[in-house]
Design a protein around this ligand. Sequence first.
Ligand code: PDD
Length: 286
Amino acid sequence: MTAYLNGQFLPLEEARISPLDRGFLFADGAYEVIPVYRRRPFLLDSHLARLQRTLDGIALPNPHTAGEWNELLQRVIADSAFADQALYLQVTRGADGKRDHAFPSAVSPTVFICSTALVAPSAAQREFGVAARRAVDNRWLRCDLKTVALLANVLLRQQASDAGCAEAILLRDGLLTEGSSSNVFVVKDGVLATPLRDHRILAGITRDLVLELAAQQRMPCEVRDISDAELRSADELWLTSSTREVLPITSLDGQPVGTGRPGPVARQMYDWYRASREQATSSADV
Ligand code: PDD
């Protein structure tokens, strides 16, 4: 598998970074995961715009223009053995000669890109939905930044996994925030709702697309605070992310969500989502 590291394309197993890299020492870096279908990245411009917002948020100058990112990413996509990929990019503040919390004065960022096969939800997950459990959102208050400081997300997800669940649904001060690596939508009486886009959640690219599709199709949709009680009495719950697409949650803390099967609103949205993705990734000039 070809990776890109600091100016070089090379086999992934040959890629090396310094143990003094601030990504390794301090999780001082940003990342993106971009889904690729038939070797065409989906919503790449939105991912690069979010990367820029994260880099601005952590005061790390973007090492590349959008055009340069495009070229680097296209080369990694082209060299992959897979047509459908999960493209990963990471930028850290780089390696200084010593460990110091304060930013070093002169250091070049570390830029890493690799791509793996896209693992989309299975046919069984699509048909039956997935289980989730609630957990207290104990992350920092800049969840809008897509940084590699993911230990809280990792621990929350592992606790969910240990309980046989596909995701942890997080609540802060009694309000729904998001999943450990996804956004969450609630459906009640045919009305879709999702939490506000602020420092408490990541502005998911898939979330934005779902909101856009709902608006286009005139599906009633609200962006607002969602209480724990609403979460527990929803007719439908969904996860959204670049790799999980729009995926129904059919059990929450061991209790069925609605009928316990994926609901009609989720099926409808998934169809719109897939149509939009097919259209965007089949044209020649994406
Ligand atoms: N995660 N919220 C969190 C905390 C996430 O980590 C993600 C995505 C999302 C959904 O964002 P998007 O729709 O842009 O993928 C929401 C990626 C897939 C990951 O870390 O692997």
